[in-house]
Each structure stands twice: as structure tokens, then as C-alpha cells.
Design a protein around this ligand. Structure first.
Ligand SMILES: [Zn+2]
Ligand SMILES: [Zn+2]
Length: 258
């Protein structure tokens, strides 16, 4: 067996179409291949991954199913190529030079600063959008920030992109749902969620995790909820008050009618 539980020496085909060719498959699994699953969990596409790999390996990576395979990667800032597994590329520190730069003293003063990352495309669920809308009816949420600088490297960048950012309170809100396959925010993703929280806490931010659809509470501030409801927003407002003080939250309150 491989470490991902799939049999070796067997022509395995996955639901996503990767693995053995349809005619040669001795076993077809009714789930996506490990690589597609990790892409889904980390909200990346295979296309994005293919843009980062050395051109000679592009064809192989396009068909890759395993997350432990090593490839040569190209740094988007023009540093020399580096070797890392697919898993490390999606969840680890990425380019060693970039990592070193981010740890340099010059980069540190920016830790905790929220900013607008242009062209940042993240898949936003309807639940996340609804939460933002309902919360936005209660307190003023900025539209011009979508990222926060951190003092370490997360997914290859010195920044994180929380679901909702409240700069005035230095609080980030993450909406976690197990998703279609009931696997997101569990296992490997849960470890990286914790790392993300730690990176934000390190630069003075608090993270509230809204844990929906059966997910267990995790981290310092969690709210378990069956979905996005008015009661959830009430709980969020209360928790924000506990973290930063009710006066600070009241200062952000939307005026009735405005
Ligand atoms: Zn796949
Ligand atoms: Zn680099």
C-alpha cells in the first residue's frame, strides 16, 4: 500500500480521471486522487500548480496523483529553482530564498498590516458570502482589504487571506465547512489552519473560527453552528466584544438605516 492508502502495482483510476487510463484500470476509486483532494482543501487549482513547476515536468504533474512526489519548482520572484514535494509546495514554506527574506528584519515591521491584494481570486462559498452580508449589516466591514502580512511564510507567501478581516479590531473570521467530500478542514488542512491562526496571533490578530456542518471547535475562539443564521451573527458580535471590548465593537456598529 502507498501511504495514502491506495494499492501499489495496481492500475488505479480515480473519480477525477487521474491515474490509470480508463481501459487499463483494474480498480476505480469513487473519490478524487490525493493530489486533487489536497488542491481542493488548499483552494488551489491544478492549473495554478502547473504554472509553478519547471516546464519539463508540466506534463507529468498534469497527471500526478500523489502528493509525496518531488518536483522542481520555479519561484515567482525569480529566485533559483528548488526541489520540493507537491505536499510541501501546497502546504509548506515554498521557495527557500523567499522564506529567508521573509524572516529578515526588514520584512518584520509589516507583520499584522492588512492590505489589498489585487487579483486575488478565492473560491467563496455562498455561506461565506451570506455571513459577510449579515455581519456587515451589524458592523462596518472594509471592502478594501483581503490579506494580512505575517512574519512567516504560509503557502509560499508572507501573508494570509482570511475569509473576513476586521482591521479596526484586528480580528479575522474564518468560515470552516467540511464541504462536499466532508474532508476539508480535517487532517492536513486542520494542521495548516492551526498554523495560519498561530501566524496571525503572532502579529497581534485574533482568529475566530466559525465551525459549520458538524465540524468540532478548534483553536482559541470557535463558534460551532449548523449554518449561517442570525443567532450565529449575535454570537460573533458577543465574542468580538469579549475579545476586544464592547466599546470597540460598538464603535463599528452600523447606524439603523445606514
Ligand atoms: Zn486527480
Ligand atoms: Zn523565491
Amino acid at each position: 500500500m502507498n501511504d495514502d492508502g491506495t494499492p501499489t502495482d495496481t492500475a488505479v483510476r480515480f473519480r477525477c480521471g487521474h491515474g490509470a487510463a480508463a481501459g487499463e484500470a483494474r480498480l476505480t476509486l469513487q473519490r478524487d486522487c490525493p493530489l486533487c483532494m489536497l488542491l481542493d482543501e488548499t483552494k488551489r487549482s491544478r492549473e495554478q500548480l502547473l504554472h509553478r513547476v519547471a516546464p519539463a515536468s508540466r506534463a507529468a504533474l498534469a497527471q500526478e496523483t500523489r502528493i509525496g512526489t518531488d518536483y522542481e519548482w520555479i519561484c515567482s520572484r525569480g529566485h533559483s529553482r528548488y526541489s520540493a514535494s507537491v505536499r510541501e509546495t501546497l502546504t509548506g514554506p515554498g521557495c527557500p530564498k523567499c522564506q529567508k527574506n521573509a524572516q529578515a528584519p526588514a520584512a518584520r515591521f509589516e507583520g499584522g498590516v492588512p492590505f489589498m491584494k489585487p487579483g486575488l481570486k478565492l473560491r467563496t462559498s455562498q455561506a461565506e458570502q451570506k455571513l459577510r452580508m449579515l455581519l456587515g449589516e451589524r458592523i462596518r466591514l472594509p471592502h478594501r482589504v483581503n490579506a494580512i502580512r505575517i512574519n512567516r511564510i504560509f503557502y509560499g507567501k508572507p501573508e494570509v487571506w482570511p475569509d473576513i478581516i476586521i482591521p479596526a479590531l484586528k480580528v479575522a473570521i474564518e468560515y470552516d465547512s467540511p464541504g462536499r467530500d466532508k474532508t476539508s478542514h480535517r487532517g492536513l488542512k486542520e494542521v495548516s489552519d492551526r498554523e495560519k491562526d498561530a501566524a496571525l496571533e503572532e502579529v497581534g490578530w485574533a482568529v475566530i473560527r466559525v465551525r459549520a456542518d458538524g465540524l468540532e471547535p478548534v483553536g482559541r475562539y470557535s463558534i460551532v453552528t449548523p449554518g449561517v443564521t442570525g443567532a450565529l451573527v449575535d454570537e460573533l458580535i458577543t465574542l468580538l466584544g469579549q475579545i476586544r471590548g464592547e466599546a470597540a465593537v460598538a464603535a463599528l456598529a452600523q447606524r439603523p438605516g445606514g
